[in-house]
Design a protein around this ligand. Sequence first.
Ligand code: PGA
Length: 260
Amino acid sequence: MRRLVAGTGWKMNNGIADSIRYAGELKARIAAFDTSAIDIYVLPPFTSLAAAAQAFAGSPVAVGGQNMHWEDSGSWTGEISASMLVEAGCRYVELAHSERLQHFGETYEQVRCKVDKAMNAGLIPIICLGESALEKAEGRTDQVLADQLRISTGGQPDERVPEIILAYEPRWAIDATEAASPDYIGERHRALRAVLRKHRGADIAGRTRIIYGGSVTPENGRAFLDIKDVDGLFVGRAAWKPEGFARIVELVTDVSKRKI
Ligand code: PGA
């Protein structure tokens, strides 16, 4: 049994005041849902983390960072460590988002170091995996995904892998007009789980969550959640307003009753 996930990354949106407003509204909107069987997270920008964590305290919504550094402290101007995220009230940290890879030159080797540090600090890493449009066109998608998975989780012993959330986010479907098709997503999730099975065994593969992100909306989300190997939704734009994320949470809650 895998607990379904409803998550949103706010990217560079919502300062402190907006984060507090968002939290108040989201909590009110989801109060009537039985969310006990799912995991919910929001990923505010760094400066809003502590305020958001406080605003969501006591609710089913946990908070996470959108990135972190692999060292504990030191001369790393502009960076944030795992322990700083924990201190700010974070439970999660997103790693390897395509915008980090594309605009800031991050690599999966760095992500591996970050995963190790995040796990040691007690954070749940959400590792983004995804092929570019070019890699897709060249027919290299499943190999690219397998490599990203192998490198980023390579430092973890088998038994810790199910603590990680894997987010399949095809780069060409992020911030796009259309998500990937349910068939395409189903194939990729199956392939990723097969890689896990091969390297980590059936039990680990069966317990590790793989969620989908990339132009998810309340309208298209159900079709993705209906796919056997999809364990949740990771949403950007459609969840930047609390009403949008509340609809996603409702959807995931609903489907979790059937999937369990
Ligand atoms: P999007 O973003 O839903 O706005 O496409 C998804 C993501 O970046 O994870």
